[in-house]
Design a protein around this ligand. Structure first.
Ligand code: UD1
Length: 317
């Protein structure tokens, strides 16, 4: 049994990590500000220790890291358009809090720190798929913040010998991804629109592509990065499926699963949007033995099932 701090553990990806760690018999502490996370995302795992607070606050970060062997740093304000609208708030959550928990984890003697990086760091690359050795080109405050935080992690490995690994996620989706905000991930928004018989919105012409990655694959990749005996300190590793699909095609697949034929409403392209995204995952395979376990369509089915409104409770008659 090992001890894990999951920052952002009441959020979408963090709550899946916490669930799997508890299932494997580990001790789990969650630190979450509840700005985007939800306490009820952890209702099904009572064994978790929960701390509410802001990791940018050094004393809270110290309390969170104390006594932990591993830190899975998932806490972030994770939206491109939200960062374009309000770069200051997302900078505090995405950079200041990362630096603060890095210092606290280093000082607490944490063995390894796994950071949730983002594929947005690549921006528009001249070729696909995107490899970790390609130059980065952030197009939004969010992308820049995730890249700076990732570089802080690498610097902590170089300067202090503190083991950090960045797993760069590509458009993660699945149950518990909040569909309730205009900043939500596109699959959660499409799912709720189709299930309610509403037309989904597509920003741009819908020909942009993404490497949509079901959350179970990310959980597997992150825990492999934590446990890897290979030389991973200071590395940046893509975690994705290595496929890509356009939003127009995605909507077609989702319409087929739900049994609808709802056409999109096209709106102006979003500022800071990347055109195409697809990962090369050979580094994850080589260093972590990672290979995707759940494909797009199966992941979409699970996600749509989760988004389905539950039937009304029986009236007792
Ligand atoms: C980006 C990052 C991803 C990061 C995520 C956090 C890239 C390639 N990926 O995802 O690593 O974790 O931010 O939020 O930069 N869209 C619609 N209709 C909608 C909502 C979105 O058409 O209702 C479009 C967006 O304009 C975009 C695509 O769908 O082209 C995906 O959007 P979204 O799910 O928000 O994620 P990204 O911005 O790609």
């Amino acid at each position: 049994m090992a001890s894990y701090l999951v920052t952002g553990g009441a959020g979408f990806i963090g709550s899946h990590l916490a669930t799997e760690l508890i299932r494997r018999g580990h001790r789990v502490r969650v630190a979450d500000s509840l700005i985007t996370g939800k306490r009820h995302n952890l209702d099904h795992i009572s064994a978790v220790e929960f701390l509410e607070g802001d990791l940018a606050d050094a004393s809270f970060a110290q309390r969170a890291a104390e006594g932990m062997e591993y830190v899975l740093h998932q806490a972030a304000i994770p939206s491109v358009p939200r960062s374009v609208k309000d770069p200051l708030t997302s900078n505090r959550a995405n950079i200041d809090a990362t630096l603060s928990i890095l210092v606290a984890a280093r000082d607490a003697g944490v063995k390894r720190f796994v950071y949730a990086g983002s594929s947005s760091a690549y921006g528009n690359t001249p070729t696909l798929p995107k490899r970790e050795d390609m130059p980065t080109n952030p197009l939004s405050p969010y992308a820049l913040q995730k890249l700076v935080a990732e570089q802080y992690c690498q610097m902590f490995t170089r300067l202090y010998g503190f083991e950090t690994v960045t797993t760069r996620y590509f458009n993660v989706f699945g149950p518990r991804q909040d569909p309730g905000s205009p900043y939500s991930g596109v699959i959660s928004l499409f799912s709720t629109a189709l299930l309610r018989g509403r037309q989904p919105v597509i920003y741009g012409d819908g020909e942009q592509t993404r490497d949509f990655t079901y959350v179970a694959n990310v959980v597997d990749g992150v825990l492999r990065a934590c446990e890897a005996q290979t030389q991973v300190a200071g590395e940046v590793i893509n975690v994705a499926t290595a496929g890509r699909i356009s939003l127009n095609e995605l909507l077609g697949v989702m319409n087929a699963i739900v049994g609808t034929n709802l056409q999109p409403i096209y709106k102006e392209e979003r500022a800071g949007d990347v055109k195409d995204s697809q990962a090369d995952i050979s580094k994850a395979k080589a260093l972590l033995g990672y290979t995707p376990i759940v494909g797009l369509e199966e992941g979409l089915r699970h996600t749509i099932e989760w988004c389905r409104p539950s039937p009304p409770a029986p009236t007792g008659r």
